[in-house]
Design a protein around this ligand. Sequence first.
Ligand SMILES: NC(=O)c1ccc[n+]([C@@H]2O[C@H](COP(=O)([O-])OP(=O)(O)OC[C@H]3O[C@@H](n4cnc5c(N)ncnc54)[C@H](OP(=O)(O)O)[C@@H]3O)[C@@H](O)[C@H]2O)c1
Length: 297
Amino acid sequence: MELRDFGNGGKSGLRVSALGFGAMHLNDERTTEREAGTLLNAVLDLGVNLIDTARGYGLSEERIGRHIAHRRDDYVLSTKVGYGIPDVPDWTYDCIVQGVDAALARMRCEVLDIVHLHSCPLHVLEQGDVIRGLEDCQRAGKIRVTAYSGDNAELDFALNSGRFGAVQTSISLCDQVNLDSRLPLAQARGIGVIAKRPLAGAIWRFAERPDSYAEGQYWDRWQAMGFAAQGSRDWNDTALRFVAHQPGVASSIVGTSKLAHFKQNLAVVERGPLEAELQRELRAALTGQRQDWPGLI
Ligand SMILES: NC(=O)c1ccc[n+]([C@@H]2O[C@H](COP(=O)([O-])OP(=O)(O)OC[C@H]3O[C@@H](n4cnc5c(N)ncnc54)[C@H](OP(=O)(O)O)[C@@H]3O)[C@@H](O)[C@H]2O)c1
């Protein structure tokens, strides 16, 4: 699997695989303990080195600690903080610093490579304490890269603040709002970019509009762009290659609970960029008002 410099012209020292593993589904609703262990180890054995998780993903962090901490040198570890520390208010300096310590303990390691503020609201970012918390953890050698995970005005703040080495944001066929100016800005500033939700929830799998927050909205966008009418296309291939080879995207993290899907995604990314004509066609599907569709958080 292709490894790419992660932001800062490679000065962060991190190199990440073009396909990353989104560990959001490693919770006990979608995977057993055994399946989670098998999946995590197989992902690394296949040469993918970016594992992305968060405090909010159920058992995901604990399972990473249990099943792959013994091979910590094989992966770049990305997580998210900002909430979920007992008796500490969310989105405070203490919550960030204690959140980093708790993540280190759960994932049984001494350093976290990339730590995001997880969808932190704009007014909290502007106030500054949470960013200071991340930076203090970085100075203490507990994290390598400070990062922001989110979209829209908050993402603009993060990109322009000069305080973050990386961002994680939604980029997909149905989430193209970042392509024209934010991605080039990140590239120019040496900020590493992780594309989240790259398959737009693989919306083409569904016969009816799904109920969930993101998938429901992706369904609406999918219909509006006229993609639903092009039923015969291999959408998995088209959608993932569209994102994974956008200039400025270091890694695209697909969330899956199934090894077969993961292997399929790996083969897709390895096929390289889409043909230029198809790429233009897919960009053109987002013209007019649709260009302003906000990034789905
Ligand atoms: N605010 C944030 O920071 C934030 C928000 C959302 C996501 N994320 C990160 O981004 C990652 C990816 O997001 P996501 O999982 O919502 O979105 P996604 O990658 O767009 O879609 C994942 C969905 O596609 C399915 N899928 C994956 N590969 C497939 C394949 N080859 N064929 C058919 N279906 C396939 C998965 O189900 P199966 O399990 O059936 O494969 C899953 O339901 C997450 O794991 C998380 O790390 C971060």
